[in-house]
Design a protein around this ligand. Structure first.
Ligand code: GRF
Length: 201
């Protein structure tokens, strides 16, 4: 049976595109059934719409409280009955209601080797710290900022002439491949969480 993915985006959606491309092959075992955003006009939503994948937008500012936004987002995502919810460049922290609705089934990809450099500027902070190896982390979301159990990590070198932009792009290339491979494995073979450790298969 093909597993169902809902992907959340705030921007360009290159990670989303990698999942859309991978899921064109039935052997991948999963397909993107909907794409949600927290703002209008994301290229991510456009990528989905081009392929006829349903999209939705819930903006925090359209709700009286953050909790109401969280409830609306939760209900919409749940209506697609996803096996996995993927945050791929989604620039919002979801609330307890959302986390409770998709326990252990809401994952995020981040552009640093966590627990180093959580937050919005992973590559820039890695560069400023002078590390020689940077990378990306796929993890199961909890209520913290980039603090959940780690599913997979990949490393890329930091070059002497890197800028935040060139390092970001090198990380993103590795990050996309990791996302596709790990989500595919999770959906085909399953996974379990033992404390802080995530075991695939
Ligand atoms: C990714 O590098 C992710 O780690 C970071 O934002 C980027 C999203 O890129 N949080 P895209 O929208 O998938 O192109």
């Amino acid at each position: 049976m093909t597993a169902k993915l809902v992907v959340l985006v705030s921007g360009s959606g290159s990670n989303l595109q990698a999942l859309l491309d991978a899921s064109a092959d039935p052997a991948y075992g999963a397909k993107v059934v909907a794409v949600g955003a927290d703002r209008d006009g994301t290229y991510g939503a456009e990528r989905a719409a081009k392929l006829g994948v349903p999209t939705f937008v819930h903006k925090v500012k359209d709700y009286a409280t953050r909790d109401e936004w969280d409830a609306a987002l939760t209900a919409e995502v749940a209506s697609y009955e996803p096996d996995l919810v993927v945050s791929a460049g989604f620039l919002k922290l979801c609330g307890p209601r959302f986390l409770d609705a998709f326990p252990g089934r809401y994952v995020n990809t981040h552009n640093s080797l966590l627990p180093a450099f959580p937050g919005m500027n992973g590559p820039g902070e890695a560069l400023a710290a002078g590390v020689k190896i940077a990378g990306a982390t796929l993890f199961i979301c909890d209520s913290g900022v980039d603090t959940g159990p780690i599913i997979a990590q990949c490393a890329v070198p930091v070059e002497d002439d890197d800028t935040a932009e060139t390092l970001t792009e090198r990380i993103k290339e590795a990050e996309r491949a990791q996302l596709v491979e790990s989500v595919g494995r999770m959906m085909r073979d399953g996974w379990k969480v033992e404390g802080r450790r995530v075991i695939l298969g």
